[in-house]
Ligand binder design. Structure first.
Ligand code: ZN
Length: 312
Protein backbone atom coordinates (compact mmCIF):
# COMPACT_ATOMS: atom_id res chain seq x y z
CA UNK A 1 0.00 0.00 0.00
CA UNK A 2 1.37 3.42 -0.86
CA UNK A 3 1.83 5.84 2.02
CA UNK A 4 -0.81 8.50 2.57
CA UNK A 5 0.04 11.81 0.96
CA UNK A 6 1.42 14.22 3.54
CA UNK A 7 2.93 11.54 5.76
CA UNK A 8 6.40 9.99 5.80
CA UNK A 9 5.35 6.51 6.87
CA UNK A 10 2.52 4.01 6.94
CA UNK A 11 1.91 4.55 10.63
CA UNK A 12 1.23 8.24 10.01
CA UNK A 13 3.64 9.19 12.78
CA UNK A 14 5.47 11.96 10.92
CA UNK A 15 4.25 14.51 8.41
CA UNK A 16 6.13 15.38 5.24
CA UNK A 17 6.40 19.13 5.51
CA UNK A 18 6.30 20.01 1.79
CA UNK A 19 3.15 17.93 1.31
CA UNK A 20 1.54 19.31 4.44
CA UNK A 21 2.03 22.81 3.04
CA UNK A 22 0.57 21.85 -0.33
CA UNK A 23 -2.42 20.27 1.42
CA UNK A 24 -3.04 23.35 3.52
CA UNK A 25 -2.83 25.61 0.50
CA UNK A 26 -5.24 23.36 -1.42
CA UNK A 27 -7.70 23.25 1.48
CA UNK A 28 -7.66 27.00 2.02
CA UNK A 29 -8.27 27.51 -1.70
CA UNK A 30 -11.35 25.34 -1.33
CA UNK A 31 -12.63 26.67 1.98
CA UNK A 32 -11.47 30.28 2.03
CA UNK A 33 -10.95 31.05 -1.65
CA UNK A 34 -14.11 29.30 -2.70
CA UNK A 35 -12.38 27.61 -5.63
CA UNK A 36 -13.89 24.54 -7.25
CA UNK A 37 -12.25 21.17 -6.78
CA UNK A 38 -11.21 20.99 -10.40
CA UNK A 39 -9.54 24.40 -10.14
CA UNK A 40 -7.61 23.27 -7.06
CA UNK A 41 -6.60 20.01 -8.75
CA UNK A 42 -5.35 22.02 -11.74
CA UNK A 43 -3.39 24.19 -9.35
CA UNK A 44 -1.84 21.18 -7.57
CA UNK A 45 -0.75 19.68 -10.85
CA UNK A 46 0.49 22.98 -12.29
CA UNK A 47 2.59 23.49 -9.15
CA UNK A 48 4.18 20.09 -9.64
CA UNK A 49 2.57 18.45 -6.60
CA UNK A 50 2.20 14.74 -7.27
CA UNK A 51 0.50 11.87 -5.49
CA UNK A 52 2.62 9.39 -3.56
CA UNK A 53 2.79 7.10 -6.59
CA UNK A 54 4.07 9.99 -8.70
CA UNK A 55 0.84 10.48 -10.67
CA UNK A 56 -0.96 13.74 -11.36
CA UNK A 57 -3.98 14.41 -9.18
CA UNK A 58 -7.43 13.80 -10.53
CA UNK A 59 -10.91 14.16 -9.05
CA UNK A 60 -10.94 10.57 -7.76
CA UNK A 61 -7.54 10.56 -6.07
CA UNK A 62 -7.97 14.08 -4.73
CA UNK A 63 -11.50 13.38 -3.49
CA UNK A 64 -10.38 10.20 -1.74
CA UNK A 65 -7.47 12.00 -0.12
CA UNK A 66 -9.62 14.82 1.25
CA UNK A 67 -12.21 12.33 2.52
CA UNK A 68 -9.61 10.48 4.59
CA UNK A 69 -10.06 11.48 8.25
CA UNK A 70 -6.41 10.64 8.95
CA UNK A 71 -5.36 13.92 7.36
CA UNK A 72 -6.98 15.65 10.35
CA UNK A 73 -5.71 13.18 12.96
CA UNK A 74 -9.05 11.45 13.07
CA UNK A 75 -10.54 8.04 12.45
CA UNK A 76 -14.05 6.91 11.97
CA UNK A 77 -15.86 4.59 14.33
CA UNK A 78 -16.75 1.63 12.09
CA UNK A 79 -20.10 1.18 13.82
CA UNK A 80 -21.44 4.68 14.15
CA UNK A 81 -19.35 6.55 11.60
CA UNK A 82 -18.47 9.11 14.25
CA UNK A 83 -15.11 10.82 14.09
CA UNK A 84 -12.65 10.43 16.95
CA UNK A 85 -9.16 11.74 17.60
CA UNK A 86 -6.20 9.43 17.04
CA UNK A 87 -3.59 11.70 18.58
CA UNK A 88 -1.45 11.41 15.44
CA UNK A 89 0.05 14.39 13.61
CA UNK A 90 -2.29 16.30 11.32
CA UNK A 91 -2.18 18.05 7.95
CA UNK A 92 -5.31 20.12 8.55
CA UNK A 93 -7.56 20.83 11.52
CA UNK A 94 -10.63 18.84 12.47
CA UNK A 95 -12.73 21.91 11.80
CA UNK A 96 -11.34 22.15 8.26
CA UNK A 97 -11.99 18.47 7.68
CA UNK A 98 -15.60 18.81 8.74
CA UNK A 99 -16.03 21.85 6.52
CA UNK A 100 -14.69 19.80 3.60
CA UNK A 101 -17.22 17.08 4.31
CA UNK A 102 -20.04 19.59 4.40
CA UNK A 103 -18.79 21.09 1.16
CA UNK A 104 -18.81 17.74 -0.64
CA UNK A 105 -22.26 16.89 0.71
CA UNK A 106 -20.97 13.84 2.55
CA UNK A 107 -22.41 12.76 5.82
CA UNK A 108 -20.41 10.48 8.07
CA UNK A 109 -18.12 9.80 5.15
CA UNK A 110 -20.88 8.50 2.93
CA UNK A 111 -21.48 10.33 -0.35
CA UNK A 112 -25.05 11.50 -0.87
CA UNK A 113 -27.18 8.83 -2.45
CA UNK A 114 -30.68 8.90 -3.81
CA UNK A 115 -32.72 8.69 -0.69
CA UNK A 116 -35.43 6.61 -2.20
CA UNK A 117 -36.14 3.19 -3.63
CA UNK A 118 -39.32 4.21 -5.42
CA UNK A 119 -38.79 3.87 -9.19
CA UNK A 120 -39.59 7.44 -10.18
CA UNK A 121 -40.34 7.46 -13.88
CA UNK A 122 -39.74 11.09 -14.71
CA UNK A 123 -37.27 12.29 -12.16
CA UNK A 124 -34.41 13.21 -14.39
CA UNK A 125 -34.55 16.03 -16.85
CA UNK A 126 -38.21 15.84 -17.77
CA UNK A 127 -40.31 17.22 -14.95
CA UNK A 128 -40.05 20.88 -14.07
CA UNK A 129 -41.66 23.20 -11.58
CA UNK A 130 -44.28 25.42 -13.20
CA UNK A 131 -43.64 28.11 -10.62
CA UNK A 132 -39.88 28.60 -10.84
CA UNK A 133 -38.82 26.24 -13.68
CA UNK A 134 -36.42 24.24 -11.53
CA UNK A 135 -36.22 20.51 -12.21
CA UNK A 136 -38.37 18.37 -9.94
CA UNK A 137 -36.96 15.23 -8.38
CA UNK A 138 -38.37 12.18 -6.69
CA UNK A 139 -38.70 12.59 -2.97
CA UNK A 140 -40.94 11.11 -0.33
CA UNK A 141 -43.28 13.42 1.53
CA UNK A 142 -43.15 13.55 5.32
CA UNK A 143 -45.90 10.97 5.34
CA UNK A 144 -43.75 8.71 3.15
CA UNK A 145 -45.74 9.13 -0.07
CA UNK A 146 -43.57 9.00 -3.19
CA UNK A 147 -43.73 12.49 -4.69
CA UNK A 148 -42.02 14.84 -7.06
CA UNK A 149 -40.72 17.97 -5.45
CA UNK A 150 -39.15 21.23 -6.56
CA UNK A 151 -35.99 21.60 -4.49
CA UNK A 152 -36.14 25.32 -5.01
CA UNK A 153 -39.64 26.38 -4.01
CA UNK A 154 -41.24 23.25 -2.62
CA UNK A 155 -43.98 22.67 -5.22
CA UNK A 156 -44.96 19.03 -4.89
CA UNK A 157 -47.17 16.44 -6.51
CA UNK A 158 -47.66 12.78 -5.67
CA UNK A 159 -45.89 10.37 -7.98
CA UNK A 160 -49.12 8.43 -8.54
CA UNK A 161 -51.03 11.50 -9.75
CA UNK A 162 -48.29 12.69 -12.05
CA UNK A 163 -47.30 9.33 -13.49
CA UNK A 164 -50.88 8.23 -14.12
CA UNK A 165 -51.68 11.47 -15.88
CA UNK A 166 -48.59 11.36 -18.07
CA UNK A 167 -49.16 7.65 -18.69
CA UNK A 168 -52.73 8.18 -19.88
CA UNK A 169 -51.68 10.90 -22.28
CA UNK A 170 -48.82 8.78 -23.55
CA UNK A 171 -51.15 5.87 -24.15
CA UNK A 172 -53.58 8.07 -26.06
CA UNK A 173 -50.72 9.17 -28.26
CA UNK A 174 -49.41 5.65 -28.77
CA UNK A 175 -52.80 4.54 -30.06
CA UNK A 176 -52.62 7.02 -32.93
CA UNK A 177 -51.28 5.93 -36.33
CA UNK A 178 -47.78 6.96 -37.28
CA UNK A 179 -46.55 7.35 -33.73
CA UNK A 180 -43.89 4.69 -33.97
CA UNK A 181 -42.25 6.41 -36.94
CA UNK A 182 -42.43 9.73 -35.10
CA UNK A 183 -40.78 8.13 -32.07
CA UNK A 184 -37.99 6.70 -34.16
CA UNK A 185 -37.38 10.03 -35.89
CA UNK A 186 -37.29 11.79 -32.53
CA UNK A 187 -34.85 9.22 -31.18
CA UNK A 188 -32.57 9.79 -34.15
CA UNK A 189 -32.65 13.53 -33.45
CA UNK A 190 -31.62 12.88 -29.87
CA UNK A 191 -28.78 10.69 -31.05
CA UNK A 192 -27.45 13.68 -32.97
CA UNK A 193 -27.92 15.90 -29.94
CA UNK A 194 -26.02 13.42 -27.74
CA UNK A 195 -23.02 13.53 -30.08
CA UNK A 196 -23.09 17.35 -30.13
CA UNK A 197 -23.21 17.37 -26.32
CA UNK A 198 -20.21 15.07 -26.10
CA UNK A 199 -18.23 17.39 -28.35
CA UNK A 200 -19.28 20.36 -26.26
CA UNK A 201 -18.22 18.69 -23.03
CA UNK A 202 -14.86 17.86 -24.55
CA UNK A 203 -14.35 21.46 -25.65
CA UNK A 204 -15.39 22.83 -22.26
CA UNK A 205 -13.02 20.50 -20.45
CA UNK A 206 -10.18 21.54 -22.71
CA UNK A 207 -10.78 25.20 -21.97
CA UNK A 208 -10.99 24.42 -18.26
CA UNK A 209 -7.66 22.60 -18.36
CA UNK A 210 -6.22 25.53 -20.27
CA UNK A 211 -6.87 27.86 -17.33
CA UNK A 212 -4.12 26.42 -15.16
CA UNK A 213 -1.18 27.54 -17.25
CA UNK A 214 -1.79 31.29 -17.52
CA UNK A 215 -2.43 31.29 -13.79
CA UNK A 216 0.73 29.35 -13.00
CA UNK A 217 2.67 31.80 -15.13
CA UNK A 218 1.14 34.78 -13.40
CA UNK A 219 -0.70 36.03 -16.47
CA UNK A 220 -4.07 36.04 -14.75
CA UNK A 221 -5.01 36.63 -11.13
CA UNK A 222 -6.60 34.00 -8.95
CA UNK A 223 -9.84 35.93 -9.01
CA UNK A 224 -9.96 35.75 -12.80
CA UNK A 225 -9.04 32.06 -12.71
CA UNK A 226 -11.77 31.26 -10.20
CA UNK A 227 -14.41 33.23 -12.09
CA UNK A 228 -13.56 31.61 -15.41
CA UNK A 229 -13.43 28.16 -13.85
CA UNK A 230 -16.82 28.59 -12.22
CA UNK A 231 -18.40 29.75 -15.43
CA UNK A 232 -17.10 26.72 -17.32
CA UNK A 233 -18.05 24.37 -14.49
CA UNK A 234 -21.61 25.63 -14.61
CA UNK A 235 -21.83 25.03 -18.37
CA UNK A 236 -20.24 21.62 -17.96
CA UNK A 237 -22.77 20.67 -15.33
CA UNK A 238 -25.67 21.66 -17.56
CA UNK A 239 -24.26 19.81 -20.56
CA UNK A 240 -23.59 16.66 -18.53
CA UNK A 241 -27.05 16.68 -17.01
CA UNK A 242 -28.64 17.02 -20.42
CA UNK A 243 -26.37 14.33 -21.89
CA UNK A 244 -27.30 11.87 -19.14
CA UNK A 245 -30.94 12.47 -19.90
CA UNK A 246 -30.55 12.25 -23.68
CA UNK A 247 -28.42 9.10 -23.44
CA UNK A 248 -31.08 7.32 -21.44
CA UNK A 249 -33.53 7.96 -24.22
CA UNK A 250 -31.15 7.16 -27.04
CA UNK A 251 -30.04 3.89 -25.46
CA UNK A 252 -33.53 2.67 -24.61
CA UNK A 253 -35.14 -0.01 -26.72
CA UNK A 254 -38.22 1.13 -28.55
CA UNK A 255 -41.06 -1.31 -29.12
CA UNK A 256 -41.22 -3.04 -32.45
CA UNK A 257 -44.56 -3.93 -33.96
CA UNK A 258 -47.71 -2.26 -35.14
CA UNK A 259 -49.62 0.49 -33.39
CA UNK A 260 -51.94 -1.81 -31.45
CA UNK A 261 -48.91 -3.51 -30.04
CA UNK A 262 -47.63 -0.25 -28.68
CA UNK A 263 -50.55 0.08 -26.33
CA UNK A 264 -50.26 -3.47 -25.10
CA UNK A 265 -46.50 -3.08 -24.87
CA UNK A 266 -46.80 -0.04 -22.61
CA UNK A 267 -48.46 -2.00 -19.83
CA UNK A 268 -45.48 -4.27 -19.32
CA UNK A 269 -42.71 -2.12 -20.71
CA UNK A 270 -39.46 -1.85 -18.78
CA UNK A 271 -38.96 1.33 -16.87
CA UNK A 272 -36.21 2.68 -19.10
CA UNK A 273 -38.29 2.18 -22.25
CA UNK A 274 -41.31 3.90 -20.73
CA UNK A 275 -39.20 6.82 -19.71
CA UNK A 276 -37.70 6.99 -23.18
CA UNK A 277 -41.07 6.97 -24.93
CA UNK A 278 -42.32 9.76 -22.70
CA UNK A 279 -39.09 11.68 -23.27
CA UNK A 280 -39.57 11.30 -27.01
CA UNK A 281 -43.13 12.60 -26.90
CA UNK A 282 -42.72 15.40 -24.40
CA UNK A 283 -40.10 18.06 -24.08
CA UNK A 284 -41.22 19.00 -20.58
CA UNK A 285 -43.76 17.94 -18.02
CA UNK A 286 -44.58 21.07 -16.06
CA UNK A 287 -46.24 20.91 -12.65
CA UNK A 288 -48.15 23.98 -11.49
CA UNK A 289 -48.53 24.75 -7.78
CA UNK A 290 -51.71 23.49 -6.15
CA UNK A 291 -54.19 26.30 -5.87
CA UNK A 292 -55.60 25.21 -2.57
CA UNK A 293 -54.73 22.78 0.14
CA UNK A 294 -55.88 19.30 -0.66
CA UNK A 295 -56.12 19.86 -4.41
CA UNK A 296 -54.45 16.80 -5.81
CA UNK A 297 -55.91 16.39 -9.27
CA UNK A 298 -53.26 16.30 -11.96
CA UNK A 299 -55.58 17.46 -14.76
CA UNK A 300 -55.50 21.09 -13.81
CA UNK A 301 -51.94 21.09 -12.50
CA UNK A 302 -49.86 19.30 -15.12
CA UNK A 303 -48.96 20.89 -18.44
CA UNK A 304 -47.51 18.62 -21.09
CA UNK A 305 -45.21 20.30 -23.57
CA UNK A 306 -45.09 18.23 -26.72
CA UNK A 307 -41.71 17.70 -28.25
CA UNK A 308 -42.61 17.87 -31.91
CA UNK A 309 -45.32 19.65 -33.86
CA UNK A 310 -46.13 16.41 -35.72
CA UNK A 311 -47.06 14.61 -32.55
CA UNK A 312 -49.23 17.37 -31.12
ZN1 ZN B 1 -40.19 25.62 -7.98
Amino acid sequence: MPRLYGFEDQRLSRVRESERQATQEAVSRLLVGGQSRSAVISWMNAEGHRGTMGGAWNSTTFGRFLANPAIAGLERDPETGELRETGRPTLITRDEFEQLEALSGRKDGVPPARDDDFPYLFSEGLTECGSCHHPMTGHRSNAGTPSYRCENCGVRITAAALEDYVGENTLAELSRPGTREALEAAQEKMRVEAEALRQRIKALRASQDGLAEPYAEGQVTRKVLVAADEKISEKLKDARTRLRYVEQIVDAKLPIGDVEDLVRWWEHAPHASKRAVVGLLFDRVRVMPARARGVRGADDRVVLKWLSAEAA
